[in-house]
Design a protein around this ligand. Sequence first.
Ligand SMILES: NC(=O)c1ccc[n+]([C@@H]2O[C@H](COP(=O)([O-])OP(=O)(O)OC[C@H]3O[C@@H](n4cnc5c(N)ncnc54)[C@H](OP(=O)(O)O)[C@@H]3O)[C@@H](O)[C@H]2O)c1
Length: 212
Amino acid sequence: MVVMKIGFIGTGNVGKALAQLFTHAGNDVVMSHRHSVDSLKPLVDKLGPRATAGTIEEAAEQDLVVLAVPFFAIRELPVPFPNDPIILDVTNYFPNRDGSIMNLEKHEEATSEFVARQLHSDKVVKAFNTIAMARITSLPKPAGNARRIAVPIASDNADAKATVAKLIDAAGFDTYDLGSLRDSIIAQSDGPLFISVGTKADMTARLANIKH
Ligand SMILES: NC(=O)c1ccc[n+]([C@@H]2O[C@H](COP(=O)([O-])OP(=O)(O)OC[C@H]3O[C@@H](n4cnc5c(N)ncnc54)[C@H](OP(=O)(O)O)[C@@H]3O)[C@@H](O)[C@H]2O)c1
């Protein structure tokens, strides 16, 4: 089991749900958003003793940093993050919400590649962006369970991807390896894996049907 110090930037649907999953799996989390640290007290009280509140800068100092903000906010974060953390990119790009970025709309660049470039990081791992957070805390299952949900995962950094895969496994999910950040285009908001919940076998079947 991997136990990590995880910083969250963003405490909305994604931040709350993944912090719950990760603290249940024994990890420590530092929750942050763009308002006062004190305003996070009710959330960290609810998450329990493994959770603390901090500034965005303090969250960004952790071993792994979860991007749980709207895509447009990526450009407003203080970069580069100190300590060169693994960055778990859960964001989705929606042109209507986030503004038109032509190379993303044309798929000349994956949104996760854009994130890696913006944050000056070669340790970005894309995961969890395809799963609706309203349900996710009810989905974990033990390893080996035939109905265990698989989380699509992608990265250009094999070590970072392996670390996040262990974290995901400890949180109660399999992973479905999409390959590189460029390969994560199929899991973006206009791709075939978006909002698709299924096992590893379900994912394989779904992609086989799309390819043929
Ligand atoms: N909701 C889902 O089911 C789901 C699933 C997978 C992926 N995603 C993606 O994950 C990301 C987060 O979604 P969400 O549903 O958690 O959004 P959300 O509920 O709106 O929460 C976003 C969080 O980011 C904070 N934030 C906004 N702008 C910021 C900035 N410039 N600097 C720092 N923090 C900022 C917000 O703070 P304020 O309260 O001050 O605005 C809030 O804490 C999005 O890209 C979304 O597409 C969502």
